[in-house]
Ligand binder design. Structure first.
Ligand SMILES: Nc1ncnc2c1ncn2[C@@H]1O[C@H](COP(=O)(O)OP(=O)(O)O)[C@@H](O)[C@H]1O
Ligand SMILES: [Mg+2]
Length: 238
């Protein structure tokens, strides 16, 4: 694979159960995500979006097919090596934020960098810079319980950027937010895209397409549509 392909999947499959209870959550998916692409994956609840994202980010193992992250085949990788690759290469953003309640905003953001072995002063400096970038410089010392949902998600995005990941994977990042907070988060993703951050955002919010270069629609574990929105070849949706 070329150095500029951040994610690659071939025949990627994840099944649950068997016989009558068999669910093809992800069904023989082929995918290439080049560096710098902002990809939105859309589709109804239950179509396999979260499962696909987890397979791509090495949070879950496929039951079939192959997947590469940053040029490394991850479906056969040891748990230990995979954990290290995830830490260094992937920033995850979840619908329910997954912040540590007892840590302040800046502590949440710097934690990943500390775990990756960065020096405390450098980790703190970078965490403060990232909080500033997401518009929360004045909330650095706040606990998550003192922040709104939108602010929590922006802290989570800052945290996802902490180790300068090759790719940010976001699962319904606006799913728990009101519309004003949703716009804040969308604006942030737009900025990340403009900065060249490779992004995969799973959502059923059509507005996310506004921040994507490419939109894939999923149905029943497979790709029903794959549209490049930037450049000359697009389907007129923007
Ligand atoms: N741990 C699991 N055990 C059994 N079925 C599962 C499990 N996780 C997901 N599924 C099923 O796989 C399908 C895809 O789920 P999911 O990836 O969560 O979809 P989405 O994120 O698009 O809502 C659904 O039918 C779901 O019920
Ligand atoms: Mg989901």
């Amino acid at each position: 694979m070329t150095g500029s392909t951040v994610l690659r999947a071939r025949g990627l499959t994840r099944r649950y159960g068997e016989d009558d209870g068999l669910v093809r959550a992800v069904d023989e998916v082929d995918l290439d995500v080049p560096a710098g692409q902002a990809l939105a994956i859309m589709g109804p609840s239950g179509c396999g979006k979260s499962t696909l994202l987890h397979l791509l980010g090495g949070l879950q193992r496929p039951t079939g097919g192959q997947v590469w992250l940053a040029g490394h085949r991850i479906d056969t990788m040891s748990e230990r090596a995979l954990a290290r690759l995830r830490r260094d290469s992937v920033g995850f953003v979840f619908q329910s934020f997954h912040l540590m309640d007892e840590l302040t905003a800046v502590e949440n953001v710097e934690l990943a960098a500390l775990l990756a072995g960065r020096r405390p002063r450098e980790a703190r400096r970078r965490a403060l810079h990232l909080l500033d970038r997401v518009g929360l410089a004045d909330r650095a010392g706040h606990l998550p319980s003192a922040l709104s949902g939108g602010q929590r998600q922006r802290v989570a995005i800052a945290r996802a950027l902490s180790n300068e990941p090759l790719v940010v994977l976001a699962d319904e990042p606006t799913g728990n937010l009101d519309s004003a907070a949703t716009l804040d988060v969308l604006r942030l993703f737009e900025e990340l895209r403009t900065a060249g951050q490779t992004l995969v955002v799973v959502t059923h919010d059509a507005r996310i397409a506004a921040v994507a270069d490419r939109v894939i629609s999923m149905r029943d574990g497979a790709f029903a549509d794959d549209s490049q929105l930037a450049g000359t070849v697009h389907d007129g949706r923007r």
